[in-house]
Design a protein around this ligand. Structure first.
Ligand code: PMP
Length: 420
């Protein structure tokens, strides 16, 4: 293996850098589900930019729309001024996402990260209800800013805040308390005015916890949650930053449960091309913002609007991407089930094209990822103890590429198993 030239990164880039340590290569180009490093070695991508590259690297359809726009001197930076690119995007959101699903939402453009969308959603919920507490779930991940961290579970990430994280209250996610009846504690605490739980403004939930270890909420659990929120006048925020944009199959991850959240956050793949962009969708009556009340310099990344719109038109005008994601996910799931049969101390879970291999011994998950990297597969761990190997390829990955990736992964698991 050629050793990558990384002197300047080590000398100059902050110690905070992370992924470059797991994947010590210097990447140069990328296309579809493949990245190439500067020495010409190719890596198959089962990571997809942490969910920001659902349509693959340098997707040719999206790239062409971007090139045409740039060559025509289209607006690049636009704050929240009206532009033709934004108009086309809003029209496509209405015509391709909302109307066909019978959904009615106003659309907010916050700053372009997931955390910014979460901050906006929390602020809005508090403003509209006049309450401060937000309920979150065990193992949740919502971002690294203070508000988003306050509703995030991971102790190490929370510790980075350096100040108390307040006004949030964790509840057990689906399956966290194996024996308890769903929502028994939450219902009791909400209905007992001596429980010590202030009436919350909102509940924030991921339908599948990506960073938290590929924890899948059952549709029935989500429906009970939605019902509980609506009965008690609590706003339901679905954070679809990682699981939205088709990751689990349908465009919105909550569609399988048939629920209608009050507020939805989107980022990562909404920009289509890996370009930064985020959205907050809110029921129209909740749109109680004053003009400029939540602002930001980079709310108008019009290049992202162009690729976002092209992605909606190209991939979401019909049900083909959803069907292929479900089919590919099922194929991966069956393969992973096969792996678990030959290996004690490992199990699998997931939905659509986010699938996890869960190791009782977390050190094995890390070894599998390291070996996979050496063999040319990018795959990362997630979960409290990094005990889950999370498979998250681009949705546009081909069947042959899935075969290649699963082959590398299986070999890595076998080597780790045989070493024990
Ligand atoms: N919410 C969820 C569910 C996420 O997975 C993430 C990122 N992993 C975020 C919010 C934060 O997004 P960002 O890193 O763009 O701030």
């Amino acid at each position: 293996m050629t050793i990558a030239e990384t002197t300047v990164f080590e000398a100059l880039e902050s110690n905070v850098r992370g992924y470059c340590r797991s994947w010590p290569a210097v990447f140069d180009t990328a296309r579809g589900a493949w990245l190439t490093d500067e020495n010409g070695k190719e890596y198959l991508d089962f990571f997809a930019g942490a969910g920001a590259l659902n349509y693959g690297h340098n997707n040719p359809v999206l790239k062409q729309s971007l090139i045409d726009y740039l060559l025509a001197d289209g607006i690049t930076h636009g704050l929240d001024m009206s532009t033709t690119a934004k108009r086309r995007l809003l029209e496509s959101i209405r015509d391709l996402l909302l109307t066909p699903r019978g959904l009615d939402y106003k659309v907010q453009f916050p700053g372009p990260t997931g955390a910014n969308a979460v901050e906006a959603a929390l602020k809005l919920a508090r403003k509209v209800t006049g309450r401060t507490t937000v309920l979150n779930f065990t193992n949740a991940f919502h971002g690294m800013t203070l508000g988003a961290l306050s509703v995030t579970g991971n102790a190490a990430k929370r510790a980075g805040a350096g100040v108390p994280l307040v006004h949030a209250h964790p509840m057990p996610f689906d399956g966290y308390l194996e024996e308890a009846e769903d929502f028994s504690w939450m219902r009791r605490a909400l209905d007992d005015n001596s429980s010590g739980l202030d009436k919350p403004a909102a509940v924030i939930v991921e339908t599948v916890q990506g960073e938290g270890g590929v924890n899948v909420a059952r549709a029935e659990w989500l429906r009970q949650l939605a019902e509980l929120c609506s009965d008690r006048g609590i706003l339901l925020i679905v954070d679809d930053v990682q699981m939205g944009c088709g990751r689990t199959g349908p465009f919105f991850s909550f569609e399988v449960a048939g629920i209608i959240p009050d507020i939805i956050t989107l980022s990562k793949s909404i920009g289509g091309y890996g370009l930064p962009m985020a959205l907050v969708l809110m029921r129209p009556e909740l749109d109680q913002w004053a003009p400029g009340e939540h602002n930001g310099t980079f709310r108008g990344n019009n290049a992202a609007f162009v690729t976002a719109e092209a992605a909606l038109r190209h991939y979401w005008s019909d049900g083909r991407l959803e069907a292929s994601t479900v089919a590919k996910g099922e194929r991966i799931r069956q393969h992973l089930l096969g792996i678990t049969e030959g290996f004690q101390g490992i199990s699998t879970r997931g939905r659509g094209l986010v699938q996890g291999l869960v190791f009782d011994d977390a050190s094995q998950a890390a070894k599998v990822c390291r070996m996979a990297f050496e063999d040319g597969l990018l795959v990362e761990t997630s979960g409290t103890a990094d005990q889950v190997v999370k498979l998250m390829p681009p949705l546009t990955i081909t069947d042959d590429e899935i075969t290649t990736g699963l082959g590398i992964l299986t070999r890595a698991v076998e080597v780790v198993r045989d070493a024990h």
